[in-house]
Write a protein that binds this ligand. Structure first.
Ligand code: SAH
Ligand code: SF4
Length: 381
């Protein structure tokens, strides 16, 4: 068996690892032992697994491996935010960001190299799409980050208390791998993170929200960004396929299945003069009237030639106040890690685009630059 045909144990959930051991004629309980070595102790060498006999270690070495994505770089921002660029098997690079806050640490994980959904204000979308990440490449980002904080033998490191699937890509377009990775995050033999603290963010792939609800109970975030279909069709093109009413119905179903007073997180990227006006806030209040939710406003993070601008602090506060007065719990996401390009929507990695969208985007940018050198804030669509 050569390198490429070895089973990569990093991305296997506990039941999958049990089946693997059975398939090689070994006892299922070995799965628990190996998972602990991999995820609690960050081990990638079977010889380090001291409670596994030499014969089995040799057998594992011949047919299996523990291989995370290759770390290309690691940066630490002035505010403590860390960013890793990792190379995945397709050759593209994706980014992972760790955000330390008082009493917790949140890891923002990528699920795809690029994204096929092409939201108009997202730099990942502008990179086009290359590939889905494997489950090993998704959980591998947690594995790498966790190891960088130093694993203490005998105890799980608690630097990472929360994981958000809010890096590059649309996790519901890479469903099976995203689900497997989240199962490992929540498994006590993996990272033991509570279901409330693992959050999947989606731009609204409605049927897959229902599928998700059948197998997992992680927290859900919806990237809303517009309170009516006309505007959302332009900002979030997947809305043309799954309009607001359909997406919100799926979210309501998902949340009601969870019970336990859990709520949807509604993410809303504020774009100056595009979706930040009082009438948008009023429509949003109406739209979310019967949706148990908390709202997270994300001031737009600029990237070159986006054609959008971040609203003024006053406009952000005005929008927040209007929602707040209507009884909503509203927070404004503070921008972290900007000096290392780690903020929301600034993650670009290095996508070997298969869609040629990035080429077209660059061409349009060039024409735009020649025609109008001062970038306007107008809605480009
Ligand atoms: N594909 C998923 C998850 C990744 S994007 C989704 O769309 O939900 C994570 C969040 O960052 C989304 O809410 C996204 O809309 C937001 N975002 C993207 N580009 C941004 C930008 N330039 N400024 C601020 N937020 C942005
Ligand atoms: Fe994809 Fe999310 Fe970016 Fe939209 S916002 S292009 S769904 S990563």
């Amino acid at each position: 068996m050569n390198e490429t045909t070895k089973a990569n144990l990093l991305g296997l959930t506990q039941p999958q690892l049990e089946s693997f051991f059975e398939s090689i004629g070994e006892k299922r309980f070995r799965a628990g032992q190996v998972m602990k070595w991999i995820h609690h102790f960050g081990v990638d060498d079977f010889d380090a697994m001291s409670n596994i006999g030499k014969a089995l270690r040799e057998k594992l070495k011949a047919c299996a491996e523990i291989r995370g994505p290759e770390v290309v770089s690691q940066d630490i921002s002035g505010d403590g935010t860390r960013k890793w660029v990792v190379r995945v098997a397709s050759g593209s690079c994706v980014e992972t960001v760790y955000i330390p806050q008082a009493g917790r640490g949140t890891l923002c994980v990528s699920s795809q190299a690029g994204c096929s959904l092409d939201c108009s204000f997202c730099s990942t979308g502008k990179q086009g799409f290359n590939s889905d990440l494997t489950a090993a490449e998704i959980i591998g980002q947690v594995w790498i980050a966790n190891k960088s904080f130093g694993t203490v033998p005998g105890k799980i490191d608690r630097a990472i208390t929360n994981v958000v699937m809010m890096g590059m890509g649309e996790p519901l377009m890479n469903f099976d791998n995203a689900v497997a990775a989240m199962q490992i995050m929540m498994d006590d033999l993996g990272y033991g993170i509570s279901k409330r603290k693992v959050t999947l963010s989606t731009s609204g792939v409605a049927p897959m929200i229902d599928e998700l609800g059948k197998i997992i109970d992680v927290s859900l975030a919806l990237s809303l960004h517009a309170p009516n279909d006309e505007l959302r069709n332009r900002l979030v093109p997947i809305n043309r396929k799954y309009p607001l009413a359909q997406v919100l119905d799926a979210c309501r179903r998902y949340i009601s299945r969870l019970g336990e007073k859990r709520v949807l997180t509604v993410e809303y990227t504020l774009l100056k003069d595009v979706n930040d006006q009082p009438e948008h806030a009023a429509q949003m209040v109406e739209l979310l009237r019967d949706v148990p939710c908390k709202i997270n406003l994300i001031p737009f993070n600029p990237f070159p030639h986006s054609g959008y601008e971040r609203p003024s602090n006053n406009a952000i506060r005005r929008f927040q106040d209007l929602l707040h007065k209507a009884g909503h719990n509203v927070t404004v996401r503070t921008t972290r890690g900007e000096d290392i390009d780690a903020a929301c929507g600034q993650l670009v990695g290095q996508v070997m685009d298969r869609t040629r969208r990035s080429e077209r985007y660059i061409a349009v940018r060039r024409i735009g630059d020649e025609a109008a050198p001062s970038s306007g804030a107008a809605d480009r669509t």
